[in-house]
Ligand binder design. Structure first.
Ligand code: NAD
Length: 443
């Protein structure tokens, strides 16, 4: 099939390359000329395991091309995916201007029947919005259909998630259109749900809001554990063994960040309120997440006796491991607080340094964790990169001036940390320092 994907970000680029890998002719469009020039030259604008190889192979075989010419790309395609950004406005509402611009572009270029598939995360009702824009702006009276096909990939495992998704959601106005999109995904042999457009749009937000709420629930339990002398790591492990609950998204820490959960939860809350339902549960999940980094930073400040004049190493800048994305990353909150308090910061991340330099050009960046920790009064671990999990703690201690480790992801065994001579500050492990929880843990 001839496919056009508008937007070559995390979602658009991965969608385009995977469809081309399945044998389709795919043209990826972006308005960012630099991005397209890089992609044509084989330089990836984002980090994603396996991406460069897959793009190169499909480019070489002529199935995958990149352009800034939206009209030409739309003209030669049967199915047009919209995968542009949907950032939040200040009031939490989703800014649909990129979707609107893409829809106008499609309308102006349509010369025959097309299926327009919305892959961007958009509020319920956006399918109708896109339909209206195209109807009003099309030059000729050509037919088209608008489908919702929300994306569930996770950065860091985006290709694998696209090849082996838990489910494929297709929201279509009728069975015939649904079948056209189903055909595209059929080679993946994954579970599919075919529904109406509004329900498909809602599935995406409800899923993200539920996962975010699960994390906030674990964080709320962690905050009680801290005062109650319990260890949240043990508590969520015990909870997660219940198959009705599950282990995923139940880890306590410094709070969720990234390009999706914060904006999608706020967007759903905004939609709910607009529709007359205040959604207090989601409101509380968001408030809990807003509080979590503040609590953690307050503990840091307390243990350090203030930030003024202190040198702090920040390990991990990406909002989670295996990505270079720092959108709404908790590292940004931590660094901002450290700088505001008068600390000097040396940061390290395996791949997110370049993106962070654009936000914090004034801090120092190290080429590895030990260099970052050199002469530091404290180390704060913000991202759960594998290379931090098994870090040589004795070497880390030797290179530091101080003995404080702030662990925003509960990566380490508190007993071991104590043995290594660290003062260890983590999240929700009230009795961890005396070793009771770790001693009873059998994994
Ligand atoms: P992104 O910001 O990385 O990429 C969006 C791209 O669209 C940019 O390259 C931008 O230049 C391009 N663009 C914007 N308007 C355009 C236009 N009119 N014509 C051509 N190109 C245009 O965004 P992303 O992270 O890929 O997310 C895209 C959508 O997918 C969002 O709605 C997001 O919420 C959703 N989503 C993201 C993820 C994720 O993990 N990143 C996962 C699931 C869903």
């Amino acid at each position: 099939m001839n496919i056009c994907v508008i937007g070559t970000g995390y979602v658009g680029l991965i969608t385009g390359v995977v469809f081309s890998d399945l044998g389709n002719e795919v043209v990826c469009v972006d308005k960012n000329e630099e991005k397209i020039a890089c992609l044509r030259a084989g330089i990836m604008p984002i980090y994603e395991p396996g991406l460069e190889e897959m793009v190169g192979r499909n480019q070489d075989e002529g199935r995958l091309t990149f352009t800034t010419d939206l009209a030409q790309a739309v003209k030669k395609s049967d199915v047009v995916f919209i995968a542009v950004g949907t950032p939040p406005k200040d009031n939490g509402e989703t800014d649909l201007s990129q979707v609107e611009a893409a829809a106008r572009g499609i309308a102006g270029a349509m010369d025959r029947y097309k299926v327009i598939v919305n892959k961007s995360t958009v509020p319920v009702g956006t399918g109708d919005f896109v339909r209206e824009i195209i109807e009003t702006n099309r030059r000729r009276n050509v037919e088209f259909d608008v489908v919702s096909n929300p994306e569930f990939l996770r950065e860091g495992s985006a290709i694998q998630d696209t090849l082996v998704p838990d489910r494929i959601v297709i929201g279509a106005p009728n069975q015939v259109v649904a079948m056209r999109i189903l055909e595209l995904y059929a080679p993946l042999e994954r579970p599919m749900i075919i529904t109406d457009v509004a329900s498909a749009e809602m599935i995406k937000y409800a899923s993200n809001a539920f996962l975010a709420t699960k994390i906030s629930f674990a964080n709320a339990i962690a905050n009680i554990c801290e005062s109650a002398g319990a260890d949240v790591v043990q508590v969520v492990k015990g909870m997660g063994m219940d198959t009705r609950i599950g282990q995923a998204f139940l880890q306590a820490g410094i709070g969720y960040g990234g390009s999706c959960f914060p904006k999608d939860t706020r967007s759903l809350l905004h939609t709910a309120q607009k529709l007359g339902y205040p959604f207090p549960l989601l409101d509380a999940a968001i408030a809990t997440n807003d509080e979590q980094p503040k609590r953690f930073i307050a503990k840091m400040e307390d243990a350090l006796g203030g930030f003024e004049g202190k040198q702090v190493a920040v390990l991990g800048l990406a909002f989670k491991a295996n990505t270079d994305d720092i959108r709404d990353a908790k590292s940004l909150d931590v660094i901002a607080a450290l700088l505001a308090g008068g600390a000097s910061v040396v940061a390290y991340d395996p791949i997110a340094v370049e993106n962070t330099k654009k936000v914090f050009p004034q801090i120092a960046y190290a080429k590895n964790a030990f260099d970052a920790a050199h002469d530091a009064d404290a180390v704060v671990v913000v991202t759960e990169w594998n290379e931090f999990k098994q870090i040589n703690l004795d070497r880390l201690k030797e290179t530091m001036k101080g003995d404080l480790i702030f662990d925003g992801r509960n990566l380490y065994d508190p007993v071991k940390m104590k043995r290594c001579g660290f003062r260890y500050v983590c999240v929700g492990r009230g009795n961890a320092a005396n070793g009771v929880a770790a001693a009873q843990s059998v994994s």
